[in-house]
Write a protein that binds this ligand. Structure first.
Ligand code: PLP
Length: 384
């Protein structure tokens, strides 16, 4: 097993340099730079069952490299953080909520977060946990924080793209003895670093822009508190929500292009948002990187990049459906963060509190001019 220590980070290196080297083991003659996936249900284990690799549900060297890579991006230069990878973003989210909360505890969730959170809410309540919700915008979760054991933040929120002030919420939560977890899916660690903003956990779906090709489901939790992370690790072992070695390896390989993808996709997202904003109809465009966006001031204070998701609202459901049909370079599909642009009428799922004509668009790595032209042409054609 090669390189369990990993290469030291290059001091002062930029994001592009950091992602291409993230999590790589020390070079070993005749070994590949990034070792291939290790397919193992068990490892040779004579004698006492101790050490790093004993059984495949507990540890895998391919996860180790990826966990080191993600940890180095979420909390550069910090050696005391731990990252654990999971089978999906939901597995990662559930691992924090269900390992940290007990019957009788209270938790604060966003009322406008990812649409599977209400399902989680039902399960938490079935276990005797009090669930309170409030919107992301205006730091409204502060109002229901008293006595809570955990505050769950999703910023920017999906799909509404509201932003809350993480430092402020963390300060207030910690003063009341509550832990804070931030869903960092939309921003990626190159866009926002929740642990630096004071959060206890940064949790994300790696299915989205982190891996960026729409072909891998993955999740992770990064945290600093050893006791809390031990409970998360125990949860992973109990539930067995582990990524396959192939998925973990594909994710690590994809990380090398994270900076390139994020730069391109986010710059194009801003161009798309600007074009939509300039359209003669009022489309209620949301993008935290737009200077006029209600989230922009708070976002600019805590984000380094503003993501690849743009949302806007067409006047009717029929118009939105026509718009999606007219697009040539954008697939009508859910999820976000991939190199191929996607868009969907979010109301079709029934889980989000959005108007019928609400569109969530994920901007890919196509040429900016091509994508903007496609969106404008589809707007025009769908208006006829
Ligand atoms: C903000 C956010 N968190 C978590 C998830 C869940 O991730 P996964 O689909 O990898 O389980 C999603 C999925 O869309 C999401 O948008």
């Amino acid at each position: 097993m090669s390189g369990t220590q990993g290469q030291a980070p290059v001091p002062g290196a930029g994001d592009g340099t950091r992602v291409v080297r993230a999590g790589l083991p020390e070079p070993v003659k005749y070994e590949p730079t990034l070792p291939g996936p290790v397919f193992a249900a068990h490892y040779h284990l004579p004698g006492e069952p101790t050490g790093a690799y004993t059984y495949g549900r507990d540890e895998n060297p391919t996860w180790t490299h990826l966990e080191r890579a993600i940890g180095g991006l979420e909390a550069p230069g910090e050696s005391d953080v731990e990252t654990l990878v999971f089978a999906s973003g939901m597995a990662a989210i559930s691992s924090v909520l269900f390992s940290q909360l007990r019957s009788g505890d209270a938790v604060v969730l966003p009322s406008d977060g990812y649409q599977a959170l209400p399902l989680v809410r039902g399960q938490l309540e079935a276990y005797g946990i009090e669930v309170r919700t409030a919107p992301t915008g205006g730091d409204a979760q502060l109002r229901v924080l008293d006595g809570a054991r955990l505050l769950w933040i999703e910023t920017p929120s999906n799909p509404g793209l509201d932003v809350c002030d993480v430092r402020r919420l963390v300060e207030e939560a910690h003063a009341r003895g509550a832990l804070v977890a931030v869903d960092n899916t939309l921003a990626t660690p190159l866009g926002q670093r929740p642990l630096e903003l004071g959060a206890d956990f940064s949790v994300a779906s790696g299915t989205k822009q982190l891996t960026g090709h729409g072909d891998v489901l993955l999740g992770y939790v990064t945290g600093r508190d050893p006791e809390a992370m031990a409970a998360v690790r125990r949860w992973r072992k109990i539930v067995g929500a582990i990524p396959g070695p192939m998925e973990a390896w594909l994710a690590h390989r994809s990380l090398a292009t994270l900076q390139l993808r994020v730069e391109r996709q986010n710059a194009t997202a801003l161009a798309v948002a600007e074009a939509l904003q300039d359209w003669p109809e009022d489309l209620a465009v949301r993008y935290p990187g737009l200077p006029k966006d209600p989230s922009h001031a708070v976002a600019a204070g805590q984000m380094r990049r503003f993501g690849c998701v743009v949302s806007f609202t067409l006047p009717t459901r029929a118009r939105a459906e026509r718009f999606l049909e007219e697009l040539r370079l954008v697939d009508d599909a859910t999820s976000f963060g991939g190199v191929r642009s996607t868009a969907e009428r979010r109301g079709r799922w029934g889980g989000d509190d959005v108007p019928e004509g609400f569109i969530r668009m994920s901007v890919g790595a196509e040429d900016t001019e091509d994508l903007v032209a496609d969106v404008l042409r589809a707007l025009e054609a769908s208006a006829r």
